[in-house]
Ligand binder design. Structure first.
Ligand SMILES: [Zn+2]
Length: 439
């Protein structure tokens, strides 16, 4: 329907321009809260939007948007221009947009520069088609998604809330439910600890762990023998190396002479966390039809001065439990065992009913453009949908497609990039004109 209004060469050139800006969040500079490159990527994108005839607004170099149309209400597409660092093992320059065998390679091509610049071109295609739009359309460009999402807090301070929105920053089909998230630390002052280290990120199952402690005055090291990384929202798919290390420790003769304060922490870990993917041991498990079960992942073991601690990624299906009841339980747990609790990140549950207009429109659009008839899905994920009402994740990865996100050689095929733009154009048009009577 809108495909003839998409200039493929222009889109590709434009996405490459943005991929060439290495917009990894870095040290703040005056007026550039996420560093030079993030500010550059945002400014560049807003100038591009202006050149297409859209109104462009930059909010303190934290977040910006392009807007088109008139009308009381507004619908939006949200995405982000910041990326995670490139890392090693690329087959080409990570910040360039090299095309090999019909695939575009580059950090951010799938997460999320390709999709969100694509959304801008989707809007352009709808405008060029001359079809009327009943609502205004905003394409919102965040710059802090990979770190703290303070961009969305800035948006919410002064900006209009869309009537409906989607974020092409996960997968198809539409994601009607996302679990809420609590990241927390539990730590304890102990004696006889030299060092402890396991895992790289709280939202990952750690694949290695080790600890050095004093046993009868002698330094002894225990290591994990096995571990397998997996995303922290599906800990049952990995092998937790911290669990494995604790099991090894218990079988060592030197464990006997470990300081009692450190033993207390190990016993605490065994009782409340060992081999538990669902928060059962801390009394925070919950399961419901359609949205799945709570999950709990000990992602990091650390030591700092005379403290030892763990960082946990807990994902929940019930906002009350995650916000109120679960937090009370954790406080009590910490108090009862002489631990320090620090809840350092919280994210809300997303739940938009499957029979809502938003989900019905997105599902209809997806089916029309791909021929795939799948029900909307629930995930443990964390997208911008958590910050706005009536907002869900939708795309850009297709069912069964390999997930290249945050990996070396992140790519998207040209075919899928343009399929995404067609789907988004259709979704923008349908949402902007949606009437409740449409069903
Ligand atoms: Zn993303």
């Amino acid at each position: 329907m809108f495909v003839e209004y998409i200039d493929r060469k222009e889109v590709l050139d434009s996405i490459k321009d943005v991929l060439r800006i290495p917009s990894v969040v870095s040290e703040p500079l005056p007026g550039k809260p996420f560093g030079e490159e993030c500010a550059k990527a945002l400014e560049h994108t807003l100038r591009l939007a202006e050149s297409m005839g859209f109104r462009a607004v930059n909010l303190d170099n934290k977040v910006g948007y392009a807007e088109y149309g008139t009308g009381e209400e507004m619908i939006a597409v949200l995405g982000h221009l910041d990326v995670v660092p490139a890392g090693d093992n690329w087959i080409c320059e990570p910040f360039d947009g090299t095309v090999i065998d019909g695939k575009i390679y580059g950090r951010g091509i799938a997460d999320d520069k390709g999709p969100i610049i694509g959304a801008l071109y989707a809007l352009q295609a709808v405008v060029r088609s001359g079809k009327p739009l009943g609502r205004r359309v905003r394409i919102i460009f965040g710059s802090d998604e990979e770190v703290d999402c303070t961009d969305m807090s800035r948006y919410l301070e002064t900006e209009e809330i869309p009537a409906m929105a989607f974020t092409p920053d996960a997968e198809y089909p539409a994601i009607f439910s996302e679990k809420g998230i609590l990241y927390y630390t539990l730590s304890k002052r102990v004696k006889g600890l030299v060092s402890a280290h396991g895992g790289e990120a709280v939202n990952q199952v750690p694949d290695s762990a080790e600890m050095t402690f004093l046993s009868a005055g002698k330094a002894v090291t225990v290591k994990s023998r096995q571990g397998r990384a997996a995303h922290g929202s599906v800990p049952q798919l990995g092998i937790n190396a911290i669990d494995d290390m604790v099991k090894n420790l218990k079988s060592m003769p030197e464990y006997e002479n470990m300081d009692e304060s450190l033993k207390e922490f190990i016993r605490f870990y065994e009782r409340y966390y060992l081999d538990d993917f669902y928060g059962e041991k801390v009394g925070m498990a919950m399961e419901a039809p359609e949205v799945g079960a709570n999950s709990s992942n000990v992602g990091i073991l650390f030591s700092e001065d005379d403290e030892i601690g763990i960082k946990v990624d807990f994902r929940f299906i019930s906002q009350y439990q995650g916000e109120t009841e679960g937090v009370e339980r954790l406080k009590k747990l910490a108090e009862d065992h002489g631990l320090t609790l620090d809840i350092y990140k919280t994210r809300k549950v997303v739940y938009v009913p499957k029979d809502s207009g938003l989900i019905r429109v997105l599902q209809r659009v997806f089916k029309r453009n791909t021929g795939i008839d799948m029900e909307a899905v629930a995930t443990g994920g964390g997208t911008y949908a958590k910050f706005l009402p009536n907002t869900v994740a939708f795309g850009p990865l297709f069912p069964g497609e390999e997930d290249p996100i945050h990996q070396p050689n992140e790519y998207m095929s040209e075919e899928n990039l343009f399929k995404n733009i067609e789907i988004m154009a259709d979704a923008i048009y349908e949402l902007a004109n949606y009437e409740k009577s449409d069903g």
